[in-house]
Design a protein around this ligand. Structure first.
Ligand code: GTP
Ligand code: MG
Length: 225
């Protein structure tokens, strides 16, 4: 997959405001400050496309970026930033859950994990929830440049191994660094393969953008089929 073109499309507070478009969407999520926005810029080779910050809690809306005019990258706010008030955290969690559960265009979620840390409860609960909700996802380990190559590989493998306590099928995973561009080809090729698999399938949307109250959870079953 070669990225020829990447542009900011829109920032939305609800899915009703997201692009009224049928193109595939790939969402990036993880704890605040894990490196979501940096990874998006690295994948697109486009500094400043997604706003990054050394301070957690930078991304607060659903941000769409259109890639090669064919598919979207979606930058989501980080979860679990303790310094946000409970009200802000709840609001963000609701926004994220609404997007993940109801957005039919969403074909894969990349869950970002800082490669330096052991498996944290908040990440594990989040991916267990994705599984229960039948939302396809893969794991992307970030900041691999902060460890030796051997240690990074070992940490990622140990983290994935821990999933085997309850997961029968282990999702794909990638080891990346936005600094060194490690893992860029692998993630982009993976997206390219999913796009190719789905190329023959068309998604139909209602004529009017979906209003929040008009949504039925059962409709999410049709997603990506
Ligand atoms: P929020 O939007 O606040 O949730 O954060 P985010 O997950 O989008 O993180 P962001 O990309 O803004 O990066 C957070 C910090 O980590 C910044 O200071 C980045 O420079 C740094 N960072 C991100 N990725 C990497 C990486 O691969 N290597 C190193 N060394 N630093 C990174
Ligand atoms: Mg961000």
């Amino acid at each position: 997959m070669i990225i020829k073109n990447s542009e900011f499309s829109i920032s939305s507070p609800t899915i009703a405001k997201c692009p009224n478009d049928t193109k595939n969407e790939y969402a990036f999520i993880g704890r605040s400050n894990v490196g979501k926005s940096s990874l998006i810029n690295m994948l697109c080779n486009h500094k400043g496309l997604a706003k990054t910050s050394a301070k957690p809690g930078k991304t607060l809306l659903i941000n769409h970026f259109i890639i090669n005019k064919e598919w979207y990258i979606v930058d989501l706010p980080g979860y679990g930033y303790a310094k946000n008030s409970k009200t802000v955290r709840n609001k963000l969690e609701q926004m994220i859950a609404q997007y993940l559960l109801q957005r039919k265009q969403l074909v894969n979620v990349f869950v970002l994990i800082d490669i330096r840390h052991e498996q944290q409860k908040i990440d594990r609960e989040f991916i267990d929830w994705l599984g229960k909700s039948n939302i396809p996802f893969s794991i992307v380990f970030t900041k691999a440049d902060k460890l030796s190559v051997g240690k990074a590989k070992a940490n990622a493998a140990a983290w994935m191994k821990k999933l085997e306590d309850t997961w029968e099928e282990i999702p794909p995973y990638f080891v990346t660094s936005s600094e060194s561009k490690l893992g860029r080809e692998e993630v982009l090729d993976y997206i390219g393969r999913i796009n190719a698999e789905l190329a023959g399938e068309t998604l139909t949307l209602p004529e009017e953008p979906i209003e929040e109250e008009a949504q039925e959870p059962a409709e999410t079953d049709e997603k990506a089929e």
